[in-house]
Design a protein around this ligand. Structure first.
Ligand code: A2P
Length: 288
């Protein structure tokens, strides 16, 4: 029997988003991307996250079609996210971007379409705000057309989000940002939640870097879970949706076994001691 993973969060405008999504960033090998998506659907994931820039939309789309067929499910049973890349900023380019992504995915709509990165003040010192507003007007049109059932942003800091909220007719429904033990865009998360956006974590395992951290290991040992499960549960308990990436079937499955345990307040606090001292991207300073 196929179990459906529990736990959805309502987005503005009545879409339900499953809190656990299968992340496909850095899955560049097509066969691996297709196999991973199929494995995830079979394991009960009902949310798949990709992006134009990942270069795997075709392979992910194949995995979706085959995975749904094998599980006896239909398109409406799955929540699919993709993202508009930075070379498609502005109203008209955004409209083209969704068509290109849908064509690669082999879908006629996505459940969530995100602006991947804000135009920032390093690259667009004069017009970053206007450029984001223009892109967003395209996103609003895409939403109105039904080609995306929900629209949102990714990597938006408080600065980018507050500007966009002032300029938008339809408020973004989601902000997907880097969040994991040891590092997080916490101010952006707080600002997003305060404005009614759901928050999603990319790299919820710190791309695997933080899994050997002793603080995480100690909590995992206490409760007989893996460090990855502790990291993921820690985010879920803060109402943050998670997008763990793995190409390893056993990890795909165990990363989603998160609803039969709970971290105590002391364990939640203990995970705050995790250290990740690698350099992280500042969305207002990146040059891509
Ligand atoms: P792999 O894909 O080879 O299984 P993130 O989701 O933060 O981007 O992290 C993804 C990285 O973490 C990948 O390198 C992935 O490896 C690894 N990973 C995913 N799940 C686990 C797990 N349960 N245990 C150990 N490493 C994991």
């Amino acid at each position: 029997m196929i179990t459906t993973l529990d736990g959805t969060t309502p987005l503005a405008h009545n879409t339900q988003m499953p809190m656990i999504g299968y992340g496909t960033w850095q899955v560049t090998d097509a066969a691996q991307a297709t196999a991973g998506v199929k494995e995830a659907i079979a394991a009960g994931y009902r949310h798949i996250d990709t992006a134009a820039v990942y270069g795997n939309e075709e392979a992910v789309g194949r995995g979706i079609a085959e995975g749904l067929a094998e599980a006896g499910l239909s398109r409406k049973d799955l929540f699919v996210t993709t993202k508009l890349w930075n070379d498609h900023r502005g109203h008209d380019a955004a409209l083209a971007g969704i068509e290109e992504s849908l064509s690669r995915l082999g879908l006629d709509y996505v459940d969530l379409y995100l602006i991947h990165w804000p135009a920032n003040s390093r690259q667009h010192p004069q017009d970053w705000r206007a450029l984001n507003a223009s892109t967003w007007s395209g996103m609003e049109e895409i939403y109105a057309s039904g080609r995306a059932r929900a629209i949102g942003v990714s990597n938006f800091t408080r600065k980018h989000l507050e500007a966009l909220l002032s300029d938008a007719s339809v408020a973004p429904m989601v902000n997907q940002i880097e969040l994991h033990p040891g590092f997080g865009q916490w101010d952006a998360a707080e600002c997003s939640k305060a404005n009614g956006l759901a928050v999603e974590a990319w790299s919820p395992l710190g791309s695997g870097r933080v899994l050997g951290d002793p603080a995480l290991g100690a909590v995992a040992a206490q409760i007989g879970r893996t460090p990855a499960q502790v990291a993921l549960r820690w985010l879920l308990q803060q109402d943050i949706a998670i997008l763990p990436k793995s190409v390893t079937p056993e990890r795909i499955r165990s990363n989603a076994e998160l609803f039969d345990f709970e971290l105590s307040p002391a364990q939640m606090e203990a995970v705050r001691a995790v250290v990740d001292d690698t350099e992280h991207s500042d969305p207002d300073q990146v040059d891509f």
